[in-house]
Design a binder for this molecule. Structure first.
Ligand code: MD3
Ligand code: FE
Length: 203
């Protein structure tokens, strides 16, 4: 049962749990072949979160700025395809939230160690903001911060657990958001890691 948390944003607690064994198998395999890397900010700092990608487009950061690239900057190789289990999960979650026919061409994989965080930001590197973003939380819990269209808007905290999915569309697609410093609560599947998948239509 979807829980509306803002205009167009729906929380689907535990939605990914039934496919988690299969999902974790393909994800662990992917991370072994395409290790998550800490990208550079435009200011030349390292992000605390490490990232990897799947699909036609992968999100990358560098001192040249942020954006989508068809190649892994570490290897210059194309990203691997999004596995069927993940493609089907993101399409089903989007539909559950009222967004029919969502087909991701990018899956960003954010890997958080204890102490990692993500500052308040907007996602605006995608071409079409009418397309939702589907996020899947795996492993250690985290507190998600959710604001409004202005950076100064008040934020609400959402405790995201292993297996939760949130679909962000409509007005919420442009809202500022971030993740508080992740605390060390070892998880049976991932150990001291939180992994967040965001399925996007980048182009
Ligand atoms: C709300 N990731 O990768 S996912 C990101 O947990 C990002 O790793 C966070 O923000 C994470 O850009 C949050 C939830 C999320 C993703 C995209 C959104 C929330 C969003 C886009 C618009 C509004
Ligand atoms: Fe974001």
């Amino acid at each position: 049962t979807p829980v509306m948390i803002a205009t167009g944003a729906y929380w689907l607690p535990g939605f990914a749990l039934p496919v988690m064994p299969t999902l974790w198998q393909v994800l662990a395999q992917h991370l072994a072949a395409y290790p998550a890397q800490r990208m550079m900010t435009p200011m030349g700092h390292l992000m605390s979160v490490a990232t990897s990608s799947m699909g036609d487009w992968g999100w990358v950061g560098s001192t040249q700025g942020y954006g989508y690239s068809a190649q892994d900057p570490a290897t210059q190789q194309a990203w691997p395809a999004i596995p069927a289990v993940m493609q089907a999960l993101s399409t089903a979650a989007a539909l559950q939230a009222g967004y029919a026919n969502f087909v991701a061409d990018s899956c960003l994989i954010n890997v958080y160690a204890p102490g990692s965080k993500m500052g308040l930001h907007q996602d605006r590197d995608e071409q079409d903001f009418t397309q939702p973003i589907v996020s899947v939380s795996i492993g250690m819990p985290a507190t998600f911060l959710f604001g409004g269209v202005k950076r100064s808007d008040p934020t609400v905290k959402i405790p995201l657990q292993h297996g939760d999915i949130v679909v962000w569309g409509g007005a919420s697609r442009r809202y500022y958001h971030g993740v508080s410093v992740v605390k060390p609560h070892a998880h049976s599947l991932t150990g001291l890691r939180r992994i967040n998948l965001t399925f996007r239509k980048a182009k």
